[in-house]
Design a protein around this ligand. Structure first.
Ligand code: B1M
Length: 238
């Protein structure tokens, strides 16, 4: 039995509750995370603050102890499950802008990689910003990306990789786009903890996105440029 079983989460002040959520995430306590997310929302917290201050920060702590060999895969899986349960509640709230779609993105984690929390977070934030997002999941081979862009005709292709061993696969996908002569039809954005700008440039992506907020801003900038280009073309043709 965990400490949280006999703890009345509602009796905690906001700071203590957020602290407790970090502990509950660490312990993989899905029900407690769901309850706490709902409590914070009832108290008027924005979905974005619940996501970043309680869930993402909690997962950051899990990541440090995973790296240091204090937590192991089964425990991290439980933490990830709890995180996802919290995200599940927040997703529709973040997406609730009612705004017309400002662009379309296909996003997936690359082949050999099953990490999906960050990618899902990016999806949620993009939806919240008014993008239509087609999330093709994890472990995607080139063929999956090609099939998805063929079917959905997005403006943006997003790729995620969390492992140093899988990040080179992004280049494989970009090369495949080049071979098909369709590279320039899409804005390619990449992200994931081990990446950086230099890597994105080296593989021929359009931009590296450090986190979900940067992904949204970057995507918006590219969409703006696209609209401006259209505007210029429209003017000269007229
Ligand atoms: Co894994 N894992 N893991 N893991 N795991 C890491 C990545 C690691 C850094 C942990 C560590 O050692 N410190 C390490 C990689 C080391 C390396 O490559 N150098 C690692 C390892 C080694 C492994 C295994 C090999 C472990 C093993 O089996 N021995 C294995 C590999 C499995 C595989 O993929 N083939 C493995 C497995 C797992 C779990 C299944 C247990 C679980 C994943 C569960 C899931 O995702 N459903 C897991 C987790 C949870 C992690 C850590 C702890 C947390 C990742 C996470 O969710 N972060 C991670 C440690 C870490 O990153 N500090 C680790 C929270 C998330 C919000 O952040 O994903 O970075 P992040 O996403 C951010 C940005 O990066 C960016 O925006 C997001 C939101 O702000 N972003 C994008 C991400 N994708 C983007 C795409 C975009 C734009 C921005 O497109 C436009």
């Amino acid at each position: 039995m965990s400490e949280s079983d006999d703890l009345d989460l509602r009796s905690l002040g906001d700071d203590d509750l957020v602290q407790q959520m970090h502990d509950d995430l660490y312990d993989g306590l899905k029900d407690e995370i769901e309850e706490s997310v709902n409590i914070l929302l009832e108290r008027g917290w924005t979905p974005y603050d619940v996501l970043t201050k309680a869930l993402v920060e909690g997962m950051r702590i899990v990541g440090i102890d995973f790296r240091d060999g204090i937590l192991f895969v089964p425990e991290v899986l439980l933490a990830a499950n709890a995180m996802k349960a919290g995200m599940f509640i927040l997703r529709p709230l973040l997406a609730e802008t009612g705004a017309p779609s400002i662009g379309k993105m296909v996003i997936g984690t690359v082949k050999g990689d099953i990490h999906d929390i960050g990618k899902n977070l990016v999806s949620m934030m993009m939806e919240g910003a008014g993008f239509e997002v087609i999330n093709i999941g994890i472990n995607n081979a080139v063929e999956n990306y090609l099939a998805a862009i063929e079917e959905h005709k997005p403006d943006i292709l997003g790729m995620s990789a969390l492992l140093t061993t899988t990040m080179p696969y992004m280049k494989v996908v970009i090369e495949a786009l080049k071979e098909k002569g369709i590279r320039d039809d899409y804005v390619v954005l990449v992200g994931g903890a081990p990446l950086n700008e230099a890597f994105a440039e080296a593989i021929g992506a359009d931009a590296y996105c450090r986190d979900a907020a940067v992904a949204v801003e970057t995507a918006k900038e590219f969409m703006q440029r696209k609209h401006n280009q259209r505007g210029v073309k429209g003017t000269s043709a007229a």
